[in-house]
Design a protein around this ligand. Structure first.
Ligand SMILES: [Zn+2]
Length: 173
């Protein structure tokens, strides 16, 4: 899988974004009537590296389980269960929080939104960015997992890249 580096100016996660990678043109297939996600960036590699640091003792729990109170609050009110156990404490399922950014959002930029709200906004607004952060409400582990651009858009059609076997190349989780 070919990746190229991308700088991300801002996000809702305190995690470092150095070494972030992107798959150009990669996209997720949405439901027929659902808004299309563009410029999908998957942070699974960074997440794995971070967890490897924890398991190897190179990073302390104090370093990685540092969810901001606002993030924990957002998880409580706007989050959705990810179905994945916390990789650090394994005590509960991770919660995903979707943060929205963009000039079109005005004062809403930087807020956490429930997935249903995102779909509604994506139908009304031209374009905005979404950053998905996973957080454990038990131990406060948190990490940026995915970012994408969404909206009714005017963008040129996205180019699909497929693997040799026809799979659409996109972020695995
Ligand atoms: Zn945990």
């Amino acid at each position: 899988m070919r990746r190229r580096p991308l700088g991300v100016a801002h996000c809702g996660s305190p995690s470092t974004l150095a070494g972030v990678s992107v798959q150009p043109g990669a996209r997720r297939d949405e439901a027929e009537d659902g808004p299309r996600r563009r410029a999908v960036v998957d942070y699974a590699l960074q997440r794995r590296a971070r967890l490897a640091d924890v398991y190897a003792g190179r990073a302390s729990l104090h370093d990685v389980c540092d969810a901001h109170p606002y993030l924990l609050r957002a998880a409580k009110f706007h989050g959705q269960p990810s179905g994945v156990s916390c990789p650090v404490c394994r005590r509960e399922q991770l919660t995903e929080v979707h943060y929205v950014y963009g000039d079109t959002l005005k004062t809403l930029s930087g807020q956490a939104k429930a997935p249903q709200e995102l779909d509604d906004m994506a139908r009304r607004l031209r374009e905005f960015s979404v950053y998905v952060v996973e957080v454990c409400r038990s131990c406060s582990w948190n990490h940026l997992t995915t970012s994408f651009v969404i909206g009714r858009g005017s963008a040129a059609p996205t180019r699909r890249r497929r693997a040799g076997d026809g799979r659409v190349l996109e972020g695995e989780s």
